[in-house]
Design a protein around this ligand. Structure first.
Ligand code: F6R
Length: 240
């Protein structure tokens, strides 16, 4: 595990965007695993700038980590909407190569199996971006999720609903379930970047990087992966 501590959010975004662009330059048909939330917004802004300066995303395939159950693609808080707004529409992605679990599927379990199968059939994820929850979740794999889990429907932890209420009118409107790539699905990525910023992530980062490897700290599983880069700002690294 390589740990890169940078000064602030902008430097974190810069560092991660450079790694993503290096991957795309080396392999234009890269398969990227993408996260949503506040953390990667700066990275996506920079990827848009790189695109405007000539980096071609037309052969890139993407798989998002998760989607809320019950939110349609055009719901302003759906992760499909987030990705369209912040990245896909701005870098000329071929939509048929952008994949996000369908949280409105009639058969959610079948949708989860379809998603893992699709990832496998593209040859797997070359580079997976991850944020981290204040409870150390990755994707929406909450504490206690078995490391062997594949993509599945998950109940969101109370703390996750509280953390994400800022995007909704009230906590009551936050969906209580999501489809999330499983821990095993994430660990199958060839390379992983975990990013975190801000003091509210310091405990989670410390537990993930220095603590025991346990399902109670989902991100701690990354200690077992052969190619992980952790990019954190000083506030998030303050306990390391
Ligand atoms: C998002 C995701 C989550 C977030 C995490 C941190 O697709 O899977 O694990 O990365 O909840 O969220 P932010 O970045 O909003 O603090």
């Amino acid at each position: 595990m390589r740990i890169v501590v940078v000064n602030n959010y902008d430097s974190m975004s810069d560092e991660v965007a450079k790694l993503v662009i290096a991957k795309i330059r080396k392999k234009p048909a890269s398969v990227l695993g993408l996260a949503t939330g506040s953390t990667p917004l700066g990275v996506y802004e920079l990827l848009v700038e790189y695109h405007e300066n000539g980096v071609d995303f037309s052969q890139v395939t993407t798989f998002n980590l998760d989607e809320y159950v019950g939110l349609a693609a055009d719901h302003p808080q759906s992760y499909r909407h987030y990705m369209e707004k912040n990245l896909f529409a701005k870098v000329g992605m071929e939509r048929k190569r952008t994949h996000i679990p369908d949280g409105t599927a009639a058969d959610l379990d079948a949708e989860c199996r379809r998603y893992d199968e699709l990832i496998r059939s593209t040859g797997g994820i070359d580079l997976q971006l991850l944020g981290i929850g204040s409870n150390a979740h990755i994707g929406f794999n909450e504490p206690g999720t078995p490391f062997g889990s594949e993509t599945q429907v998950v109940d969101l932890a109370e703390s996750t609903i509280r953390d994400n209420a800022r995007f909704f009118a009230s906590a009551d409107e936050v969906p209580t379930q999501a489809i999330s790539m499983g821990i095993k699905s994430i660990m199958q990525a060839k390379n992983i970047i975990l990013m975190a910023n801000g003091g509210s992530k310091a405990d989670a980062v410390f537990a993930a990087v220095k603590g025991p490897v346990t399902p109670e700290v989902p991100a701690s599983v990354l200690q077992l992966h052969p190619s992980v880069t952790v990019v954190v700002d000083q506030a998030a690294a303050s306990r390391l």
